[in-house]
Design a protein around this ligand. Structure first.
Ligand SMILES: [Zn+2]
Ligand SMILES: [Zn+2]
Length: 420
């Protein structure tokens, strides 16, 4: 099987055209948007994403209405790839898309990024007309991308994702020529090369994106949240909600009490996990393996180790530093389930992605690095429990600072939106 060629693309932003579920008005949102207020009817809605979204690129206006559109699938991944080698951990923004059908002639764009214009996508709905081809498995297609990206043999890598989607691009035939439906240009195919699309597998893309009314299921009050927040807050009945399937589900959280009304509440995922074959189960194990320069108190032998990850997106170098610092600190603040009037940093990194940070954290902390890296590539991480914890950070002129650990985050690196 011939696999499509590869390319790395720089931060392409796609817009998505939705319809307000209340009044039907067209609304153009960023791909990462999970919560919005309709500017026409003021109704709040959450976008619930179960698996990955299935989008299509609309046809050019010149494409005749009556043609039979066929849609070719592209997988798209946008996120940060952390490559861990003996010389260190290198985070790199990755934004790639690849044609997800094999054996296509080279004239068919192998990547969406080769199109120059900014594109607006639409969600595939049950009534979207056209023939959709079944994509090859994403792992098979996107794996090809890693070849040649890093000449140094990586010991292992983790992708911490932002966006993973399936995007369909329209084509049609005109006088036995294949025409790109986005540009309305015929592809310069030699006749002998014209792909036989008739025997490709068709599929009706599943619907895994749902709209949910942005009101508290508990008390009916309006929920609050920033556009890309996965967690919405009801400040009336003091609870947090997240979209799950076609409903909102209450999520459990804990918070350490802020000392001051100006403290910023910063969300973290605290994860306990079974790690094998490395024996890293207690706070004392961590201190020994990370070579922390201090005497290890006896009670640390009994204290289970927790991995901590920011529950928010931040520049990769800062994210990497925070992983190491917050996990080394093994904080044990007094926790309660209270929502304060303080500013909350939005939760926009899901727990599933946080679990993937564990091996990165180990690579960053444990020593000697060379030996650890060899073990880590074959290490299994089985999460046991994940909790959402808000820690108050003291607000200073340039930074916010966690008082117990001294961990500082530059304010410019955070989008302090003033709400969850
Ligand atoms: Zn509306
Ligand atoms: Zn409520």
């Amino acid at each position: 099987m011939q696999c499509s060629a590869t390319s790395a693309e720089k931060n392409i932003s796609y817009a998505v055209q939705h319809q307000c579920p209340q009044c039907g008005a067209p609304i153009t949102l960023g791909e990462e948007t999970r919560f919005f207020v309709c500017q026409f009817c003021r109704v709040r809605s959450c976008i619930s994403q179960k698996g990955f979204p299935r989008y299509y690129l609309p046809r050019a206006p010149q494409v005749p209405r009556d043609v039979n559109l066929i849609y070719l699938p592209y997988w798209r991944f946008k996120g940060v790839r952390y490559t861990c080698t003996a010389s260190g951990i290198t985070p790199r923004f990755t934004d790639i898309s690849t044609l997800a059908v094999a054996d296509m002639p080279p004239q068919i764009p192998f990547s969406l990024g080769l199109r120059s214009q900014a594109m607006t996508m639409k969600l595939i709905r049950p009534d979207t007309r056209g023939e959709f081809f079944r994509p090859l498995p994403s792992a098979l297609v996107l794996k090809e991308k890693t070849v040649g990206l890093n000449p140094e043999e990586p010991t292992f890598k983790e992708d911490i994702g932002e966006t993973f989607s399936l995007i369909y691009s329209p084509f049609y035939t005109r006088q036995q020529q294949l025409v790109d439906g986005v540009t309305n240009q015929a592809l310069p195919l030699e006749k002998a090369m014209t792909p036989d699309l008739s025997n490709l597998d068709r599929v009706r893309p599943g619907i895994e994106t749902h709209f949910i009314a942005g009101i508290c299921p508990g008390c009916g009050a309006d929920l609050g949240g920033s556009g890309d927040s996965l967690v919405l807050v009801c400040r009336n009945c003091h609870c947090l909600w997240r979209a799950r399937g076609e409903k909102l589900a209450k999520i459990r959280f804990s918070a350490a009490a802020p000392a001051h009304k100006d403290d910023i509440m910063v969300p973290f995922w605290r994860i306990s996990a079974q790690i094998s074959p490395i024996n890293l189960s207690s706070h004392a194990d961590l201190a020994r393996m990370a070579n922390l320069p201090l005497a290890i108190p006896r009670e640390w032998e009994e204290k289970p180790v927790h991995f901590w990850s920011p529950a928010f997106k931040v520049r990769p170098n800062i994210f990497l530093r925070l992983l190491g610092q917050i996990t080394s600190a093994q904080l044990e603040p007094a926790l309660s389930q209270t929502i304060e009037n303080n500013v909350y940093q939005p939760v926009n990194l899901p727990a599933s992605e946080a679990i993937q940070t564990i091996r990165i954290t180990m690579a960053a902390l444990l020593k000697p690095r060379k030996e650890i890296l060899e073990i880590l590539s074959g290490t299994d991480v089985v999460p046991q429990s994940v909790s959402l914890i808000f820690l108050p950070f003291k607000s200073t002129h340039h930074d916010i600072i966690q008082p117990d650990s001294g961990i500082a985050i530059n304010k410019n690196a955070l989008a302090l939106s003033g709400n969850l």
